[in-house]
Design a binder for this molecule. Structure first.
Ligand SMILES: [Zn+2]
Length: 209
């Protein structure tokens, strides 16, 4: 089972990816994790990637592809894998099609205005990092776990979130079109409850087996 999962910041992609990986015993592969692992282990690819990052540059497509190609050969991918955060560009998608074409692409779809609401409403405990949302806080201003102060992070302001969502949309639209043309896109309504979104993902994945 070779799956790609797409979803905007705040769409709940990470939560779903984790559950899918558990249920289907496939490796959850996030590009961020692979980069960190390779840099830490000082592999040849990791050293190259670090060079670009240290210069404030993006890690080039061919290097990211090489890292992913290496990762999917590992033992924990014998049942398959779920790629999270890759591909990000058409060039990466084409490269992936050459080595390991995905069976399906899950697109966790959430309306931008709802994402804005979800993300700008986030509050985080300044002491222990526990996440909250103003919709469920009932006016509380301190952490229920450690009594720490709840803060609105600069990353979660409307301006920053709006900019992040625009970048995501511009980046992802061509990818969605690319996979649509191959009949591989499966839109999942990400506005539903976590359980329901998961059930919808499972329905798509069960259909592949
Ligand atoms: Zn706390």
């Amino acid at each position: 089972m070779k799956i790609v999962i797409l979803g905007a910041p705040g769409a709940g992609k990470g939560t779903q990816a984790k559950r899918i990986a558990e249920k289907y015993a496939v490796a959850h592969i996030s590009t961020g994790d692979i980069l960190r692992e390779n840099i830490k282990a000082q592999t040849p690819l990791g050293i190259q990637a670090k060079g670009f990052m240290d210069n404030g540059q993006l890690v080039p497509d061919d290097l990211v592809v090489a890292l992913v190609a290496d990762r999917v050969q590992r033992e924990d991918c014998k049942n398959g894998f779920l790629l999270d955060g890759f591909p990000r560009t058409i060039a990466q998608a084409e490269a992936l099609d050459k080595i390991m074409p995905p069976d399906a692409v899950l697109n966790i779809d959430v309306d931008t205005s709802l994402l804005l609401k979800r993300l700008t409403g986030r509050r985080v405990c300044a002491k222990c990092g526990a996440p909250y949302h103003i919709d469920t806080l009932n006016g509380a201003t301190s952490c229920s776990l450690c009594d720490g102060e709840l803060i609105h992070r600069a990353d979660d302001t409307e301006e920053t979130v709006g900019a992040r969502l625009k970048v995501y949309e511009a980046q992802t639209k061509p990818l969605i079109e690319y996979y649509q043309a191959k009949g591989k896109i499966n839109d999942v309504d990400g506005t539903l409850a976590i359980e329901e979104v998961f059930a919808a993902c499972c329905k798509v994945l069960d259909g592949l087996q």
